[in-house]
Design a protein around this ligand. Structure first.
Ligand code: SF4
Ligand code: SF4
Length: 125
């Protein structure tokens, strides 16, 4: 885990991303989504760094995917540090963020509260 890379604007975990050997995060413009990412454009307009700092009820762009949506909700509730603490512990316990391409163990959920519980505990309920 490259903890110093933190969490992307949309909630994805740059610190665990398989692209992070050549991408330097959202602000670098090197993320494959940087040209079209609706959340990134919205955040830049609002002059805030992360969707988890925003109070709007939002289903835009990346939030159609459960991983950035769940990670954002987690960081909103418990903070980015707590999110990275859990991700770091889970990684040590063998939970893989990107197993095949950009899909890994945090993607296979259809209930966001179950994903949040998985982040917290590292166990599937
Ligand atoms: S590709 Fe996107 S999620 Fe991955 S490190 Fe770059 S900005 Fe972060
Ligand atoms: S409105 Fe949505 S996309 Fe825009 S900053 Fe807020 S949470 Fe992010």
């Amino acid at each position: 885990m490259k903890r110093e890379m933190g969490i992307a604007r949309c909630g994805l975990a740059c610190c665990l991303c398989s692209e992070n050997d050549h991408c330097h995060g959202c602000n670098s413009g090197e993320c494959p989504g940087s040209q079209w990412c609706e959340n990134r454009k919205c955040l830049i307009n609002k002059k805030i760094e992360h969707c988890y700092e925003c109070d709007d009820k939002c289903e835009k762009g990346m939030f159609s995917k459960i991983k950035p949506y769940g990670f954002t909700l987690f960081a909103k509730r418990y903070g980015e540090d707590q999110l990275m603490d859990c991700l770091e512990r889970n990684e040590k316990d063998g939970i893989v963020y990107h197993r095949e391409g950009i899909i890994g163990d945090y993607d296979d959920f259809d209930d966001v509260e179950k994903l949040i519980e998985f982040i917290k505990t590292g166990a599937r309920g």
